[in-house]
Design a protein around this ligand. Structure first.
Ligand SMILES: *Cc1c(COP(=O)(O)O)cnc(C)c1O
Ligand SMILES: [Zn+2]
Length: 405
């Protein structure tokens, strides 16, 4: 197979580098690169049920052919409208893009697929990632699916119960003692020398995978784009990909606008929100991150500066939420039938907070990205004081009667 011509463009200084790479960061300024590909973009009018995600949107990628054999059925996740939350919190319409319906229960599967496709296209026969959670499991699953050697680098102190759901896919899991932030950069360097393609949090072809979230929202809303999209943000790869997707829909003439970006972070680790509030152009490392929302706990996000640049677009907004607000929102979302991770619940907490700030006008359509499923972090139950009842078989009828409203 061969790839179509494309370049990598630096998000910071605009310098371009010819494809196919892989390349990850700008050699001049160190900022992340993005894939720029000129080609005729199309979205088929039909065929949804017979296609995989990458088949359907293949014209938005420099891949010659979609790699159907690698798919695990990622994408095409539900877009669920909640009238109740819209009435309660003020926006005209609220939709939830429920990414927990992916093969390993988070949006990471989209970028793991496009990342591994690029790895194989460029001749790599080993992949890896640096992660302690959703991305680790996702890369391990796709590595298993492709039948190639997969290395997962985790923090030294990661407990067994978090390692096993990664190791179960057969990946080689290595606990690394040392600065975890530095591991992102060192893995890319070692991988380059050893022929291991590290599909890290904001690697250009992982970001490419997140574009499909925008494409699907557009199709699910009847070929329309929402007014605002709220994205729980850590490294910044997903929010970049989603807005790149909307930008490409507009550039290709499908849509006439792009949505306003709302970036959601946890107060206990909000390097992007802090810099944004102070009007700074670069993020600063957070020293002792602490939040219940572990999936968005990156103290020095590798795409943080680019997210700050994106937030300069009209209406761009950043909000940080306390653990208390996050837990309340997580419970409220479960009360609507969607049990998601604390990180994902920041979106509903953000909607509520923005209501207090009179941000909503009452006619807007907003989409919240529920990035991952709740069952992965059952430890939050300890903080929820959930109630159950018990009775004997003989008491059952009386018990039910006593509890009926
Ligand atoms: C990875 C992840 C995020 C953050 O995405 P970034 O691309 O790192 O900004 C948010 N929520 C969940 C559930 C995740 O797994
Ligand atoms: Zn640069």
């Amino acid at each position: 197979m061969k790839m179509k011509d494309f370049v990598y463009k630096c998000t910071g200084c605009d310098k371009t580098y010819p494809g196919p790479g892989p390349l990850f960061r700008c050699k001049l300024c160190g900022e992340p690169l993005e894939v720029v590909f000129e080609g005729n973009k199309t979205i088929p009018k039909n065929g949804l049920s017979e296609q995989t995600m990458i088949e359907r949107y293949c014209s938005f990628y420099p891949f010659d052919k979609p790699a159907t054999g690698l798919s695990l059925g990622e994408g095409f996740t539900p877009l669920v409208e909640s009238q109740g939350f819209a009435e309660k919190y003020g926006p005209g319409k609220i939709f939830f893009k429920n990414e927990s319906a992916n093969p390993t229960w988070s949006f990471k599967d989209r970028g793991s697929l496009t990342g591994i496709m690029h790895a194989l296209e460029t001749g790599y026969r080993a992949i890896g990632t640096v992660s302690t959670g959703n991305m680790a499991a996702s890369v391990a699953a796709y590595g298993a699916r492709a039948g190639i050697e997969t290395f997962i680098l985790v923090k030294n102190n990661l407990p067994e119960e978090k390692i096993n759901p990664i190791a179960v896919y057969g990946a080689k899991v290595i606990k690394v003692n040392g600065d975890y932030g530095q591991l992102y950069y060192d893995s890319l360097e070692a991988g380059g020398e050893l022929g291991i393609y590290f599909i890290n949090s904001d690697s250009p072809f992982r970001v490419e995978g997140s574009k499909t979230i925008a494409f699907e929202i557009f199709e699910q809303m009847g070929r329309e784009v929402p007014d605002h999209v709220i994205v729980p943000t850590s490294a910044g790869g997903n929010i970049r990909g989603i807005f790149k997707g909307f930008r490409e829909l507009k550039d290709a003439g499908f849509a006439d606008k792009i949505p306003t970006i709302i970036c959601a972070q946890a107060e206990g680790c909000s390097p992007i929100a802090e810099a944004w509030k102070k009007g700074k152009r670069t993020i600063e490392r957070i020293d002792n991150p602490e939040t219940i929302a572990h999936a968005i706990e990156n103290p020095f996000p590798p795409s943080g500066n680019e997210v700050l640049r994106m937030l300069k677009s009209p209406g761009g907004f950043c909000v940080s939420l306390s653990d208390e607000e996050i837990l309340e929102a997580q419970k409220n979302l479960a009360g609507e039938g969607m049990f998601v991770q604390p990180a994902s619940a920041t979106t509903l907490a953000a909607i509520q907070k923005l209501q207090k700030d009179s941000y909503w006008i009452g006619s807007e359509k907003i989409v919240s990205i529920l990035t991952g499923g709740g069952l992965k972090y059952t430890s939050v139950f300890e903080k929820m004081s959930l109630q159950t009842y018990s009775c004997s078989l003989k008491e059952l009828k009386g018990q039910l009667q006593g509890m009926q409203n």
